[in-house]
Design a protein around this ligand. Structure first.
Ligand code: SPQ
Length: 430
């Protein structure tokens, strides 16, 4: 396992970079292309470990996929053309792969077994297996289908109206994918809207999707048609650079072609409300997805309260926001974010414990955290705990701390941002 020693960025961060392709969109592009009829050409694909797990699973289901860096060509087989896999499907560290793929597999009369790494083994699966069973799929797993390994035997599904207790794009997408091959109409209603990449991309593949407030519906028996997908830069990866640009003195950075889908831009709202100097230019569209360049400069920041409907719009950015808040004047409260406890790690505990050890004034609450700033951070040893976003958040701490910070198990960062250190070096050497 690799580790990195991070030193204070004395000359600031400067220049322009293009962050890697969006992870959520890359997964969906491969999954939807695989169940479509005809060829799909994907560019800007994220060749991170999670999305490669999706590709490997689809290959085991008989799909021909050609990969060349960020270019991927998928020869769709139509959903009924997927093979019964001869071996266990391994999703690695990827929650998106196991939950979305479960929806597809639940709609097919084949038997499959899904496993992942130690982190996946602890993450709740009943949020998808529960509604898929209501649709008539047979699914088992540890603790009655709550945990991996999952065994799915599907087919002959009936559409449902599922009112989800949580705002989760993985739950919504899994049920909708099953609904595409079910009898009648399938509807998912969420308490707040989660990221809507599935709804947007299904349209690109020729599927009729109805969206009404917090509800999304599809009817069964629709055919997806191969297409061309250009993946925008990942705003969740950009978030680490945006926070670095705002807190490291003497910085001015521009991030090119970042996805600015409104269901993902909570981080931009938070930066603006905290007082960050930020501008958005070159707004355009990559298919159904809005994209823009984002410039950020070193800023004087103030604490704010973050909760309610904005949480699903920035859930993956909270580790970065926690670091940001340690450098803001006053109190920052993050609430309504219990979902952080069931990510790759318990992101409330891992962030609070590690930031506290570095000298931050931070406390965990039941549904988030409270941070009082600004506080200087001191050196020490930190760890990703196998969670890419925790690893990158700890690197941010090293860029501003008085002494160097060593971050253990930085390999995990390759899950979503394989060139993270190269991009950071570029910004430090301009
Ligand atoms: O795929 P995975 O491991 O679940 O990834 C994470 C991440 O930090 O990259 C969460 F740990 O992102 C999820 C996100 O939190 C990706 C996602 C999606 O692509 O649909 C949706 C969110 O999860 P959820 O549970 O709210 O649906």
């Amino acid at each position: 396992m690799r580790s990195h020693n991070i030193n204070k960025a004395l000359n600031g961060l400067n220049g322009m970079i293009t962050v890697p392709g969006d992870k959520s969109i890359s997964h969906r592009a491969v999954l939807f292309a695989s169940i479509a009829e005809g060829v799909t050409n994907i560019t800007g694909f994220l060749p991170g470990e999670d999305c490669l797990s999706t590709i490997n699973c689809m290959k085991q289901l008989g799909v021909n996929i050609e990969e060349n860096g960020d270019k991927v060509i998928v020869e769709g087989k139509g959903v009924a053309g997927l093979y019964e896999p001869a071996r266990i499907l391994d999703v690695g560290n990827s929650g998106t792969t196991i939950r979305l793929l479960s929806g597809i597999l639940a709609s097919l009369p084949i038997s499959s077994v899904l496993v992942g790494d130690d982190s996946i083994a602890k993450r709740p699966m009943s949020r998808v297996t529960g509604p898929l069973k209501m649709m008539n799929a047979t699914i088992d797993g540890r603790e009655h289908g709550q945990y991996t390994p999952l065994h799915i035997r599907g087919g002959n599904l009936t559409g449902i109206h599922y009112v989800s207790p949580i705002a989760s794009a993985q739950v919504k997408s899994s049920i909708l994918l099953a609904g595409l091959n079910a009898k009648g109409t399938t509807t998912v209603t969420e308490p707040y809207r989660s990221r809507d990449h599935t709804e947007r991309m299904l349209k690109t593949f020729g599927v009729e999707v109805q969206v009404k407030n917090e509800s999304v519906s599809v009817y069964g028996g629709q055919t997806l048609h191969g297409t061309t997908i250009t993946v925008p830069g990942d705003i969740s990866s950009a978030a680490f650079m945006l926070v670095a640009g705002a807190i490291v003195p003497n910085s001015e950075i521009v991030l090119k072609n970042v996805g600015v889908n409104p269901t993902r831009t909570g981080i931009l709202d938070v930066l603006t409300e905290m007082g960050a100097k930020m501008t958005i230019t070159e707004e355009t569209q990559f298919g159904e997805e809005p994209v823009a360049n984002i410039k950020v400069q070193t800023s004087a920041l103030k604490g704010i309260t973050i909760g309610g409907a904005i949480i699903p719009r920035l859930i993956d950015e909270i580790p970065a926001i926690a670091v940001l808040a340690t450098q803001a004047e006053g109190v920052t409260i993050i609430k309504d974010a219990e979902e952080l406890k069931v990510k790759e790690t318990n992101r409330i505990d891992t962030m609070v414990n590690q930031l506290k050890a570095l000298g931050a004034d931070i406390e965990a609450t039941e549904d988030g955290m409270k941070i009082v700033g600004p506080t200087p951070l001191k050196g020490g040893t930190t760890e990703s705990y196998g969670d890419h976003r925790i690893g990158m958040a700890m690197v941010l701490c090293g860029l501003i701390a008085e002494e160097s910070i060593s971050v253990l198990n930085t390999d995990a960062i390759a899950v979503s941002y394989p060139n993270f250190f190269e991009d950071l070096n570029k910004l430090q050497n301009n």
